[in-house]
Design a protein around this ligand. Structure first.
Ligand SMILES: [Zn+2]
Length: 412
């Protein structure tokens, strides 16, 4: 008998995925993400952080201590904080399994942050990396990680073979990106899956079904008409989007300048030969190095920044007729919304036109139906969605969809 218990990524929350999977031989944790919305109801980074592990558990950000202590290994799907940040609270020596890229990103982050308080420690953990083709055995459970396309490199879904059935976990993924994995997560799963744990970020939302190549086309048409500075806001580790923007800038005869945070990620990922990581000094330049030239001749540059930062914009003072492309999702939590509005206010004062040119990192609803029609799982677990009921209705003619409350158990 395999038991699954859901602690995060449920009850209408996007992200913060936490699924405990156990049989008599082992207990695994699939992702250990931070639920931002819940976090900001009780805490604030730097200014009001948890005093103890007890506080983190008390407010429902993590399962109870006996469960945390029982975990043999934690498997991370990708390096977005809503999927891994709480590994920092795991006990000394805990085993963390993750892809090479995710490891590089998390390791780079932990070397740069100076704080060593509860949510910043990683040196007490044992990291083991995997790639597509690896097989991880823990007790009688076998996990096969399979690369998937998402808005960060090195994202994985998992095929989990247990004595009582096959479970597939998608992590966060999409079918409309640049990266086409060599092995498809669903390959060979037809009629074999007992439970498909599937993300549904875009279910119930107003979706604009653009692909990564649509982003390139739309961005180009704007950038080519711009006579001032082009500012592009991307998610910090979205290397595919950075490459898209480099192509757009190149076609328009502009150089790409990046803020520190983007340069940091590029440095972290550069050693990975399997990725197309932009070269610093050739494909992109650090903002600090070309700030003066950028200020004097903004029409020659594309500034790529992240996290709605207004810092570089204020320093350059873009001329009227400049453009800002929001090329990531709109802020979905309060702190970020405040930062975004602050940036917009500054852009207004400079006469900058504002566009949203983005393609979601998450699968579109009809593609989820296509996958379910193809692999015909016995059941689906809805995760990472604001609208669990809409998820259920979306597939109601195809398969039974389970939605969960915190701590609910599902047996296979
Ligand atoms: Zn996520």
């Amino acid at each position: 008998m395999v038991r699954l218990r859901f602690y995060g990524g449920i009850e209408g929350f996007i992200g913060g995925n936490q699924v405990v999977l156990e049989d008599d031989s082992a207990t695994l944790l699939l992702d250990f993400g931070l639920n931002y919305r819940l976090w900001s109801s009780y805490f604030e980074f730097i200014f009001s952080e948890p005093e103890s592990l007890d506080e983190v558990i008390r407010v429902g950000l993590a399962p109870d201590l006996p469960i945390i202590d029982s975990i043999d290994a934690c498997i991370i799907s990708h390096a977005h904080t809503d999927h891994w940040r709480l590994i920092t609270i795991l006990p000394e020596g805990s085993r963390i399994l993750l892809g090479e890229c995710a490891y590089r990103i998390i390791d780079g982050w932990s070397k740069r942050v100076r704080r060593r308080t509860l949510l910043y420690r990683t040196s007490h953990l044992r990291f083991d990396t995997f790639r597509t083709g690896s097989t991880i055995r823990i007790g009688e459970i076998e996990v096969k990680p399979i690369s998937v396309d998402h808005s960060i490199p090195g994202a994985y879904g998992f095929q989990i073979y247990t004595p009582s059935g096959l479970i597939a976990y998608t992590g966060d993924f999409r079918l409309h990106g640049r990266f086409k994995p060599k092995i498809d997560l669903c390959n060979g799963l037809e009629d074999r899956v007992s439970l498909l744990i599937c993300e549904g970020t875009n279910i119930g939302r107003l979706v604009e079904p653009t692909s990564e190549s649509d982003v390139a086309t739309r961005a180009s048409s704007i950038v080519e008409r711009c006579r001032g500075l082009v500012i592009v806001d991307i998610a910090p580790a979205d290397i595919d989007r950075l490459n898209t923007m480099i192509e757009v800038a190149y076609r328009a005869g502009r150089e790409v300048v990046c803020s520190d945070r983007i340069i940091d990620t590029v440095i972290d990922l550069s050693p990975d030969r399997s990725l197309k990581v932009p070269r610093i000094g050739e494909d992109i330049k650090p903002f600090e190095e070309v700030e003066d030239s950028c200020t004097r001749n903004p029409e020659r540059y594309m500034l790529v920044t992240c996290l709605y930062s207004e810092r570089e914009v204020r320093r350059i003072k873009p001329p009227p007729g400049s453009v800002y492309l929001l090329s990531c999702s709109e802020p979905f939590e309060e702190e970020r919304e405040i930062a975004f509005n602050r940036l917009l206010n500054w852009l207004h004062t400079f006469g900058v036109s504002i566009y949203h040119v983005h393609s979601s990192g998450h699968i579109y609803p009809l593609d989820i139906r296509r996958i379910v029609e193809r692999i015909k799982p016995k059941a689906v677990a809805a995760i990472h969605t604001e609208y669990p009921d809409a998820f259920r209705y979306l597939l109601s003619d195809l398969v039974k969809v389970y939605t969960f409350r915190r701590g609910d158990e599902h047996r296979i």
